[in-house]
Design a protein around this ligand. Sequence first.
Ligand SMILES: [Zn+2]
Length: 277
Amino acid sequence: MINIFRCLLHFVIVVILTVITQIGGVAYLLSLVFKKYIARVGKLKFGYGFLLFAIFYGLLWGGSIFIAPQFGRVALPCFSDQTDKIAVQSPLYCLLNRHYVTPKLLELGNALASSIDARFPRTQTQALDANFPFFDKFPLLPHLSHDDGRKLDIAFYYRNDKNEYVVGKTKSPIGYWGFEQPTDSRSQLCSNNDDNWNLRWDMDWFQFLNKQHYQLDRERTSVALQWLANQGQSYKVSKIFVEPYLAKRLGVSNKIIRFQGCRAARHDDHIHIQIAK
Ligand SMILES: [Zn+2]
């Protein structure tokens, strides 16, 4: 009975780690195998299970950087002081292995970041969730479409209470869920949405973590959105998701800026972009 329970627990852990990081489940299985071997040979009992997992996860994580190009993907830079202009908003995205894009999408991200930096010096353009390194159609939950290296979320730009742009900072500690709000109820297309079986989360429980005194930097965010919708098309940008009321507020309109629908996640806390093949 205990063995069945233990097997089930291992299975659940493998599934969760795989869903979150793609490689975590394999690292966990390897650590279990080696833990058994070490216990037999070295008669060690405690304290090395997590260490083994960390070692295998680190090896697989590092190996992913070199193997991902075989799957047509490259890693986004994890820190902003590298040669690439765009960087992930938090090293957490890298740690969780969610920072892979196609080379073309990396090129687009760098071009966007360079353009915004040229217009507004010392501006840092930040990436959020991208894709896993391996296999098409392996979704990066909760984003159903981030499954082929051609999708990327870009963080908004923000200002502090002194109305100064804040470099590399976002309203929410993770870049997501620092929602803007429509001022007019008529512009909220999903206001009567009582259906809980969808991904349109308001994340009320999370809001206390957000820097409420940070305001959206409309100028930078608007210019970035304009750039993506216009110059971005020469980098094959085919679709951009932003809530319609927000695109209107930012003064941007283009046929490739779409509404994702009421059953998908809100897009008034980040910009979703995807490029064609
Ligand atoms: Zn997205």
